[in-house]
Design a binder for this molecule. Sequence first.
Ligand code: CTP
Length: 402
Amino acid sequence: MAAVFENKNILCGISGSIAAYKVCDWVRSLQKEGAEVKAVMTRAATKFVSPLTFAALTGNPVYGSMFAVRDEESIPHITLARESDLILVAPATAQTIARLAHGFADDLLAAIVLASEAKIVVCPAMNCKMYLHAATQENIRKLKEYGYLVLEPECGMMACGEEGPGRLPEWVQVRDALIKALSAQELAGKTVLVTAGPTEEPLDPVRFLGNRSSGKMGYAMAAVARQHGARVILISGPTRLAPPPGVELIDVRTAEQMYQEVVDRFDAADIIVKAAAVSDFRPTRMSATKIKKNGENMGLELARNRDILQTLGAMKQQKPTPPLLIGFAAESDNLLAYGREKLEKKNLDFIAINDITAADSGFGVDTNRVILLDRKGGQTNLPLLSKEETARAIWSRVIGKG
Ligand code: CTP
């Protein structure tokens, strides 16, 4: 499985803001995930971070001037414009944003952006008043009109002591935006419903029956669907995870709440991914007061929860153009037989089976080893991958790229 930025030429265009130092780390992160990175710095940027820093980090010369041509034949703004798959303008100052908005070509970075057909991602960073000024906002609107992806700056305390929007976003947000910009938008116009995490079935005001699901697999399925252009609704049981950027989050606690939220949205969904570890049973009654420890033993009467996925599989038969159903199965033995049985019984298009007895796969851990079965009898054995890579591999099968 190729790293997410493998074979991608990414050009970092750094302009003159104190936030420039943060981009040094981003360069490292991009390289770790396979990117070939080059850097262009505006004159003001070199006042904050030395070009030597970016040269050492990227392993490439740092470009600054239109005219500093080493090789007589090379035209830096054209060569760099052509060879880049993506140009990340970060930090983008008010000045650089104005230059790009007005199509000036009076410095190397602006000229490259003008000459390039690459994806352009812009991360504004400046004083909050400068950012909120109508002129900057108008310039940002223009950049969006040109098809550039402009990230919202974060709010917070600025280097100048003022507080407001103008800080660079965290790397996780930027990384997600870069992946989205580089991904084909095969799921554009589609609504994807994802369930994730455990459910909790209350026993009394402080106790519940739950399970060890972390939600990571479902959150990764949601993030990757969003990166491929889908509108994503994530219905999640209690987890410690931050929702992926751009995803609509609906929090639920019990299996019954999840059932309602999912079934209500069945008609709106083109694809439904049921990665949640839904509790099969719930206590028949919830005590309104904390249960006291009377006696040596305590019996617990449980009632079956409705099977959400099976309900969806049945609803699918009533629809002329039903949504695609993707289920997950946690198994400890007879993986293939039980998986195939669930695929048939619940009327699924795909089922991702994981072996929960393996320490590196399934509940709670960051990695997974999944077998993906489809309705036509196909089987794909994925290797041990991070949950994000697993999600990427599953989506690429579902989207039909093999
Ligand atoms: N599922 C569901 N509603 C339930 C139980 C499970 O929607 N009440 C879904 C899960 O989200 C998953 C799939 O069904 O996509 C399989 O879940 P799993 O727990 O492996 O299987 P079960 O059908 O519950 O069967 P068993 O526990 O007997 O193995």
